[in-house]
Design a protein around this ligand. Structure first.
Ligand code: 4AD
Ligand code: MG
Length: 471
């Protein structure tokens, strides 16, 4: 049987009903004969205050007095009592406690989470315990809410959830930043000096962890019309930044009979709908982020949820950046130039200074984008779109896909790709090809955007980054 969680208890009327609460002690304070124990079970930011009256209600009950001494920060407890109106401000009810059972002690000499503010850096070293803090509990709840809202968004619109493979032989982004998966004893070739023979490996060929489920999602969209993936992806990029992980979760809708405009419209509506869901369902946690992490975040999310995203072509964006650099309005470390990728400082300027909010940049040069994007008639740009947001830069990357067999093959050959290996992907263009489009949302970047957490390592339970795979 499930017992009520604290978030449910806090919504009960203060009708003296008897109930038990189970959770972990956050704080214990004493005031004359009263002992206040705040218990948190992670179901909400707020805990339940349990008040023990040593003089009146627990006369001579030495077991409880002893137990109270052991109910320090971090201990797990079960407390029984009656739910009564709370005289304290900020809480409607509290538990007039009558019984206390210590389930597991947390000795104060060694428990690392004492009642003081710890730095996020320190908490990263104790990632198995940091979720017991207000900040990481709130991040976990917001992350959960966002994941659920994403599924609901697509389910409500006829998108079918597909599970694309984690282990793959193809480099979907063509960026060569893949982790190889092998069952060979790699110490062997190192000893013998002979190169490993991957034909004798588990899969009979080199295999990797996927960087994106897109290519396989396209095959399903070419039959089910609307699909999406939501799963882990892996990149062995040496980007040691506050917005890159080696293992991150990506949401990738892919839909048939759709062009670039449809893709942009979907991305914008999707993002706004998800933001609204977070604002509606996680208000207490967002209030916490507003107070402790990023001032103004709620108002900003509300504004964005009701705004119309700016849209600008890459060519116009670069022109704006060049103008800003020339006039002295911006002082860029990297000079903006057509044909170069936008740097974070450029993305920052576009969103914060030019658009004053999210901006969708379209029609990038083909050289800086993946092989599968549909070529424009100018033969120089592709039907790409990136959604950039203030503070973070790119949160979504997507495109209309090249649906013409000859164009796609030519592009792959020009990039030196093994066209034979992608026969199945090309088959989509051979048989019943349709215009189709999709995008990828970096889920952790969304969590960062909504919570205001500055470092991506603080919005995933156990971050994997270069030199870091603890826990
Ligand atoms: O722009 P990307 O590389 O696009 C793709 O992978 C496409 N296959 C998506 C598609 O069209 N179906 O990645 C998509 C998003 C980025 O916009 C970013 O938010 C996030 O994934 N992302 C990362 N997030 C955390 N750490 C990393 N190393 C990331 N690389 C990309
Ligand atoms: Mg991208």
């Amino acid at each position: 049987m499930l017992f009520p969680l604290i978030k449910e208890i806090l919504a009960f009327p203060a009708d003296s009903r008897e109930l038990s609460v189970r959770g972990w002690v956050r704080t214990r304070r004493e005031l004359k004969n009263l002992v206040f124990v705040e218990v948190n079970d992670g179901s909400s930011l707020a805990g339940l205050q349990c008040t023990f009256d040593r003089s009146a209600e627990l006369p001579g009950d030495t077991r409880i007095v002893c137990a109270l001494n052991r109910a320090g920060t971090g201990a797990s407890v079960e407390i029984r009592g009656r739910l009564v109106p709370s005289p304290a401000s900020g809480q409607a009810v509290e538990l007039a406690a009558e019984h206390l059972r210590i389930i597991g002690e947390a000795p104060a000499e060694s428990y690392p989470l004492q009642k003081k503010r710890h730095s996020l850096e320190f908490l990263r070293e104790i990632a198995h315990l940091r979720v017991r803090t207000n900040t990481f509990g709130a991040v976990a709840r917001v992350r959960n809410c966002l994941a659920f809202a994403i599924h609901r968004y697509f389910q409500d619109r006829g998108f079918v959830y597909v599970h694309t493979p984690i282990i793959t032989a193809n480099d979907a982004e063509g960026a060569g930043a893949m982790f190889q998966v092998s069952a060979l004893n790699l110490a062997e070739p190192a000893k013998t000096g002979k190169a490993p023979d991957f034909s004798r490996d588990f899969f009979g060929r080199p295999a990797y962890l996927t960087v994106s489920g897109q290519l396989e999602a396209e095959t399903y969209a070419a039959a089910l019309s609307r699909v999406y993936t939501f799963g882990p992806t892996f990149r062995a990029e040496h980007s040691n930044t506050a917005r890159h992980l080696a293992e991150f979760w990506m949401v990738e809708p892919e839909f048939a009979f759709a062009e670039l405009e449809d893709d942009m419209d979907l991305a914008e509506d999707f993002l706004k709908t998800i933001l609204r869901a977070a604002l509606e369902n996680n208000r207490a946690d967002l209030d916490f982020f507003e107070a402790r992490i990023e001032k103004g975040i709620i108002q900003n999310l509300e504004k964005v949820a009701d705004s119309r995203f700016a849209r600008i072509s890459y060519t116009d964006a670069v022109a704006e950046l060049e103008r800003a650099a020339a006039s002295g309005a911006a002082d860029f470390e990297f000079k903006p130039a057509w044909g170069c990728d936008l740097q974070s400082e450029h993305e920052k300027f576009l969103t914060e200074k030019i658009a004053g909010g999210p901006v969708i940049v379209t029609e990038y040069p083909r050289e800086i984008k993946a092989f599968y994007m549909k070529m424009n008639d100018d033969e120089k740009t592709v039907r790409a779109m990136d959604v950039l947001v203030p503070r973070l830069g790119e949160i979504i990357g997507g495109s209309q896909r090249e649906d013409r067999l000859d164009r796609l093959e030519n592009r792959m050959r020009a990039l030196g790709m093994d066209v034979e290996q992608y026969y199945w992907y090309l088959d989509l263009r051979r048989y019943g090809s349709v215009p189709h489009a999709g995008f990828g949302l970096g889920f952790e970047r969304l969590v960062q955007y909504v919570t205001g957490m500055a470092n991506i390592r603080d919005v995933i339970p156990y971050p994997r980054a270069e030199g870091q795979a603890d826990f």
